[in-house]
Write a protein that binds this ligand. Structure first.
Ligand code: NIG
Ligand code: FE
Length: 402
């Protein structure tokens, strides 16, 4: 049944309008899971005026939040690694000594789909409770064809088990598994590339990701994965310039990548390459914070070049055990000096671009009716508070949820 939201302050996130695309005393008409109309109540077209109305009591409405970079499906935990890092070990040392990603791989391989699903839901539910309506989920802890496919099936199941839209990324090029130690190219030939074909044939892949880093894959190796993705018509994204600068962002841009992610060590050439192709910059303050990184991503250079900036949790057991996109919003402002408006655009309008979604992340007629209603009066409050959850209601595909 079509309905009307009234008495709302809309942070539409419409660019080049008011700050936050703010509309006071706004209304939104919802029909068939989409926004049929939105704007100031006084401008409501007559065909919508008879619809049943939900009075939001002046509350703030934003687009439903989009967490465009997560690894929420995994087995085990890495609390021990946290202790080791606090005793002085680095993320890279732990990875080189067989801990890190590889230790999560062993736990993920040992887990069945049912367990992986129930564990992942314990991480997804708090995100939903904070207004997330779209969630990207990566594979990358299976590192065998069967286990990567298992992870992606679980990711798809999350989209059926909860009222949330799930976008998947195939990330078999995340680490070299122990059985291929020293043979990264064989791993690509025997697992990553045929696994991509198999997962794609099952309809499990929306995008292809990789980890371009000294402890993972070289740009040449990543390029082999990207070229297979291109053949399949799949968009690409990349973990790039997280611990060092290997030119990963420019490589992702060359393949017209949706996004390059992390980017602490991004240089000017990388920024320019991204600007040319419209590849967006996904900043992950949870990983920056957890690894006690001191090199800040080049936010001003990204701004100057007009590269859209995105913020995500990177929720994973190692570098970012962070379940809260609202906290990521706060961290992006405090640690990276994003404005609250930039940060909010980074979890709505620009996050949609990082996933190639043209119909989400903005309150605009024709877009999906994925909305979050907040018990705050100004949008900056969403980034300002630490550890508070002011969500009042969530609307997913037009359905008003509690
Ligand atoms: O996005 N950078 C590589 N991948 C993850 C970390 C995964 C892990 O440590 O388990 C990240 O930070
Ligand atoms: Fe990641």
């Amino acid at each position: 049944m079509p309905y009307l939201l009234t008495n709302a302050t809309l942070a539409t996130m419409e660019p080049a309008s008011t700050p936050f695309g703010l509309v006071e005393d706004g209304a939104v008409a919802v029909a068939d899971g989409r926004i049929a109309w939105c704007g100031p109540r006084t401008g409501l077209p007559p065909q919508f005026s008879g619809l049943g109305a939900v009075d939001l009591g002046g509350r703030l409405v934003t687009p439903g939040l989009i967490d465009c970079h997560t690894h929420v499906v995994f087995g085990g935990d890495r609390a021990r690694e946290f202790e080791l890092r606090l005793e002085g070990a680095s993320y890279e040392q732990i990875a080189r000594e067989g801990g890190g990603i590889v230790s999560t791989v062993l736990a993920t391989r040992a887990a069945g789909e049912t367990n992986l699903l129930s564990e992942a839901l314990t991480r997804v539910d708090p995100m939903i409770a904070e207004g997330v309506t779209t969630l990207e989920i990566k594979s990358g802890y299976g590192l065998s064809i069967a286990d990567e496919i298992k992870m992606l099936r679980v990711a798809r199941q999350i989209g059926r088990a909860r009222s949330i839209r799930v976008i998947t990324s195939y990330l078999a090029a995340h680490a070299v598994p122990p059985e291929y130690e020293g043979r990264a190219d064989d791993y690509l030939d025997e697992v990553v590339l045929p696994g991509l074909d198999a997962a794609f044939a099952e309809g499990l892949v929306d995008a292809v990701d990789g980890f371009c880093e000294g402890i993972a894959f070289s740009p040449e190796q990543i390029e082999r994965v990207f070229s297979r993705a291109e053949t399949l018509g799949l968009p690409i994204k990349l973990h790039a310039e997280q611990l060092s600068n290997l030119g990963g962002a420019a490589l992702a841009a060359r393949y017209k990548g949706l996004s390059a992610d992390h980017l602490e060590y991004l240089d000017v050439e990388g920024v320019e390459a991204m600007a040319k192709t419209g590849t967006v910059a996904v900043l992950l303050p949870g990983a920056f914070y957890t690894l006690r990184e001191t090199q800040v991503p080049p936010v001003q250079a990204l701004r100057d070049a007009g590269v859209p900036i995105v913020v995500a949790t990177d929720c994973n057991p190692g570098s970012s055990p962070l379940n809260s996109l609202l906290l990521a919003l706060n961290m992006a402002c405090t640690l990276f000096q994003l404005t609250p408006e930039e940060a909010l655009a980074g979890v709505t309008r620009n996050a949609a671009r990082a996933l190639g979604l043209a119909d989400a992340g903005i309150i605009r007629s024709g877009c999906r009716a994925d909305l979050a209603v907040w018990a705050v009066s100004r949008p900056a409050e969403l980034a300002y508070r630490i550890g508070a959850n002011p969500l009042y209601r969530r609307i997913h595909a037009g359905v008003l949820l509690s």
